[in-house]
Design a protein around this ligand. Sequence first.
Ligand SMILES: N[C@@H](CCC(=O)N[C@@H](CS)C(=O)NCC(=O)O)C(=O)O
Length: 207
Amino acid sequence: MISLYTDSSPNGFKITIALEELELPYVVNHVHIEKGENLLPEFLQLNPHGRIPVLSDSETNTTIFESAAILLYLADKTNKLLPSEHNARWQAIQWLIFHASSVGPIIGQRVNFEIFDEGKNKEATERYKKLTERAFSTMDSHLANNLYFGGKEYSIADIANFGWTHIARIINFDFDHYKNLSEWHNRIAARSAVQRGILIPEPATGP
Ligand SMILES: N[C@@H](CCC(=O)N[C@@H](CS)C(=O)NCC(=O)O)C(=O)O
């Protein structure tokens, strides 16, 4: 049985979406970040970095953190959600890594400076806004010629990037001016598994 430790956040939704897509049975453990439950000793045993999501699979005796690694684990376990064709597979892995290094951390910092810190640090606010635009623009260019990040096939790269564009929409980090990105987002958002995944453990309400 799979146990997922998660909260209502971009990184958490990626995994609930993937589990819903794969129709795998799983138990949800709601880790309330706002109450500091992610820093309790029992949670730090699962992820010493104190962050959700964490997935434990009793079938393989595996516990794993970092959302991109969890998505790869699920794709590997099921042989689904990653293209089998060589180039498409590596395209998907490339955009999965892109999301982990150039989308999540950048939007995360933008949230911090623009929303939590109310834009008091003008230089940092501007910098992360610019970097978010650059990431969106890069994604938009790729999606001009590709239905999905891995090409023709929906994959964990789409799920990972959607985790962030879903939150970007909620907190008004607008990307409607990127037509291809916007259409891709709407395509992913229309999937029934995605619609279920973003409600678990609860819908996001913004920061
Ligand atoms: N790179 C990690 C980031 C995980 C992460 O930052 N999770 C946030 C929620 S979206 C968290 O647990 N934050 C708790 C904290 O910052 O104390 C991943 O992709 O899983």
